[in-house]
Design a protein around this ligand. Structure first.
Ligand code: ZN
Ligand code: ZN
Length: 326
C-alpha cells in the first residue's frame, strides 16, 4: 500500500528510516547556541522582540533551542494581539515535538519538528507561525485538558482544529519486542507523551507471556500501538478495532510503516483492512460479536481515563478468554 500524508507532503516515512537517525535528531552540534531565557518572566522584559526572526539563535546545522523557537512563536502572537506583553514562554503554547520520544535534555529543533497547541491562537496568527517559524509544521487550536477522539458510542467526537500546516506527528514507543513508530493526526488522536517505560506495554507483556502465540483483540486500538506490539511479539493473529474512524485510519498507516503490509477492504461490515496476521475494524465493540464470530485468547481494553470501562469489559468477556484493562 502506498502511503501519503493528507497534507500531500512527505510527512510519513518507514519507522526503520527514522530510527536510524533518532540519536542525532534533537542533539545540538558543537556550535549550537545555548540560551537562557527565564521561562516565567515576560519575554518582552528580556529581549527586544524586533531581534527575533529565523536567524535569531540559529546555527549552521539548522537547529535552534526549543526556547528560542517558542520565543519566536510568542513574538508573533504578541504582534497579532493574541498574547500581551506580560506573556511568558511558559504560557505560550503546548509544544509537541515530532518525532516524539523521551529526551534527557532540552531539544534543539530541526526544520518541521514541532506542532503547537494553543487555546487562543486564530487562523491568521497560525498561518504566520507556520510560514515564519521554520521549525513549526502545524498549529492546532484546542485545550490539552479536552481529550480528543470519541469516548464511547453515545458521545460526540471531539477534535482540535487544525488552523495551519500539518498536524501529523510520529511517536517512537519502546517495547520489549522492538521500537514501534506511531503516526497520528494530532488534532484527531489523543496526545500521549512517550515515556522510557510504558506501564501499558508492561501490562501487555505480562499477559502475552501466559500464552504461546496468542490471538489478540485490541478492541479500543486508537492508532494501533498495543496491537502492533502484539504482532511484534509474535501473536498468531491480532484484530484491531476502534469506533473512531480517524484512529483506525492511523492504525492502517502504522501497520504499514512498521513492516506489516496492508490490504484495504472497502469497509464491508466494519472491516477496513487486513493483512498476513491481522484485520482492522471500525465498529462499536457491542456490535463486534455480530460482525466477526472469532474468539480470542486476549482482549485489550484501553479506554480514556474518564470513561467507565464497564460496558467495554462486558462486551470483551464475550469475545476473549482473558480480558486485560490497560
Ligand atoms: Zn503532512
Ligand atoms: Zn548546531
Amino acid at each position: 500500500m502506498e502511503i501519503r500524508c493528507i497534507c500531500g507532503s512527505e510527512c510519513i516515512k518507514h519507522t526503520s528510516q527514522i530510527l536510524k537517525k533518532m540519536d542525532l535528531f534533537y542533539r545540538p552540534c558543537v556550535q549550537c547556541k545555548e540560551v537562557n531565557f527565564r521561562k516565567f518572566s515576560p519575554l518582552t522584559s528580556q529581549i527586544d522582540l524586533d531581534k527575533i526572526d529565523n536567524n535569531f539563535g540559529s546555527c549552521k546545522c539548522g537547529k535552534r533551542h526549543l526556547d528560542v523557537v517558542i520565543a519566536h512563536i510568542l513574538k508573533i502572537m504578541i504582534e497579532e494581539g493574541i498574547k500581551d506583553k506580560k506573556s511568558t514562554l511558559r504560557d505560550t503554547c503546548v509544544p509537541l515535538i515530532t518525532p516524539a520520544y523521551p529526551t534527557d535534555s532540552v531539544p534543539f529543533l530541526p526544520l518541521d519538528s514541532l506542532v503547537i497547541l494553543s487555546g487562543e491562537v486564530d487562523e491568521k496568527c497560525a498561518r504566520r507561525i507556520v510560514k515564519e517559524v521554520n521549525e513549526v509544521k502545524g498549529v492546532l487550536k484546542g485545550n490539552l485538558k479536552d481529550t480528543v477522539g470519541i469516548k464511547d458510542s453515545e458521545s460526540k467526537p471531539h477534535m482540535y482544529e487544525l488552523l495551519a500546516g500539518c498536524d501529523m506527528r510520529f511517536d517512537i514507543v519502546q517495547t520489549p519486542f522492538g521500537a514501534i513508530g506511531i503516526y497520528k493526526n494530532q488534532g484527531k488522536i489523543h496526545i500521549e507523551f512517550p515515556r522510557v517505560k510504558s506501564p501499558k506495554i508492561e501490562l501487555l507483556k505480562k499477559a502475552l507471556e501466559e500464552f504461546d502465540h496468542p490471538s489478540v483483540l485490541d478492541c479500543t486500538c486508537g492508532p494501533g500501538t498495543l496491537g502492533i506490539a502484539c504482532l511484534k511479539a509474535g501473536a498468531r493473529k491480532v484484530v484491531f478495532n476502534d469506533i473512531w474512524k480517524p484512529a483506525v485510519e492511523m492504525t492502517v498507516i502504522n501497520l504499514e510503516v512498521n513492516g506489516f503490509p496492508v490490504k484495504i477492504s472497502g469497509n464491508k461490515e466494519g472491516l477496513i483492512a487486513s493483512g498476513d496476521r491481522f484485520e482492522v475494524y471500525c465498529a462499536d465493540i457491542k456490535e463486534l460479536k455480530n460482525i466477526t464470530d472469532q474468539k480470542f485468547d486476549i482482549c485489550i481494553v484501553d479506554v480514556f481515563p474518564e470513561v467507565d470501562p464497564e460496558e467495554f469489559l462486558k462486551a470483551a468477556e464475550e469475545l476473549a478468554g482473558k480480558v486485560i484493562l490497560i
